[in-house]
Design a protein around this ligand. Structure first.
Ligand SMILES: NC(=O)c1ccc[n+]([C@@H]2O[C@H](COP(=O)([O-])OP(=O)(O)OC[C@H]3O[C@@H](n4cnc5c(N)ncnc54)[C@H](OP(=O)(O)O)[C@@H]3O)[C@@H](O)[C@H]2O)c1
Length: 241
């Protein structure tokens, strides 16, 4: 294994039991980091345990459960990298006027969960540590029926800029995925591949991205010590399409 800046570092990934977070957990562990990945459901936890084959720890926590988060952070002790890749909120895909206030607000559970992760986790972070959050291309690419995703994603990105100022020298960054082939789209069943293909036909790169491609963006901002307050887009050119 080539030398990595993650060698021996303590990395916590909330939302690390599936999709992008799981890929980042595996990649960091492969580079020598000591990784704790957490999510809510037993099914994802079990999958993550199988995928990691003992190369990292898997725990149960909800971004909205400060005590469960604190238990993990206490176990880790000093955190070098804190990542939240949790979905954490509802995704109601309907035009704004066809949504109830409750549906719109439920998207913001993602933001409140991320706030919780940062609030509870920050005291455990090393001064040269970093926080990485995950937004999504709707934050800056608006589309009909996606107002909750756009608004919450933009809020996550602005929160990151605020935190980068307030928490410096701790670095805070956000990675913004485009359309990525993860469990998020499993509800399409056997139409998943076809649906993702259709969704990405107007993008510059006409396919869905992989969890590993986004995880590589997460590991970039984790390791590059000259990067803070920034947004890294891993979206197949969706913003320009
Ligand atoms: N896939 C895409 O196309 C796409 C596009 C734009 C943005 N994103 C963003 O990228 C991030 C990762 O998405 P993904 O596609 O990798 O999703 P995913 O495959 O569904 O994985 C999400 C992970 O987060 C966990 N999780 C969800 N809610 C949680 C909560 N409240 N507390 C703790 N863990 C929670 C899930 O486990 P449990 O469900 O068991 O808790 C799972 O481990 C999310 O922030 C998502 O909004 C994804």
């Amino acid at each position: 294994m080539a030398y990595s800046k993650l060698e021996g570092k303590n990395v916590v990934i909330i939302g690390g039991t599936a999709g992008i977070g799981l890929a980042a957990a595996k990649m960091a562990a492969d580079q020598g980091a000591k990784v704790w990945a957490a999510g809510r459901s037993e099914s994802h936890i079990e999958t993550a345990r199988q995928v990691c084959e003992g190369s990292f720890e898997v725990r149960q926590a909800d971004t909205h459960d400060a005590e469960a988060l604190d238990a993990i952070f206490r176990e880790v002790g000093k955190i070098d990298h804190l990542v939240s890749a949790a979905v954490g909120g509802e995704r109601t895909l309907k035009p704004f006027l066809q949504q109830t206030q409750e549906q719109f607000q439920a998207a913001y559970d993602k933001l409140w969960g991320y706030c919780n992760v940062v609030r509870v986790g920050a005291p455990y972070l090393q001064d040269d540590g970093a926080i990485t959050l995950v937004s999504g291309s709707p934050a800056r690419k608006v589309a009909v029926g996606q107002s909750p995703l756009s608004c919450v994603g933009a809020s996550v990105e602005n929160l990151v800029r605020c935190l980068a100022l307030e928490l410096a020298p701790i670095r805070v960054n956000v990675v913004s995925p485009g359309t990525i082939n993860t469990a998020m789209f499993d509800h399409f069943g056997d139409k998943k591949e076809e649906t993702l293909q259709g969704m990405t036909q107007s993008h510059l790169i006409k396919r869905a991205g992989s969890s590993e491609e986004v995880a590589a963006g997460i590991l970039f901002v984790m390791q590059n010590e000259f990067v803070t307050g920034t947004t890294v887009d891993v979206d197949g050119g969706r913003l320009l399409s």
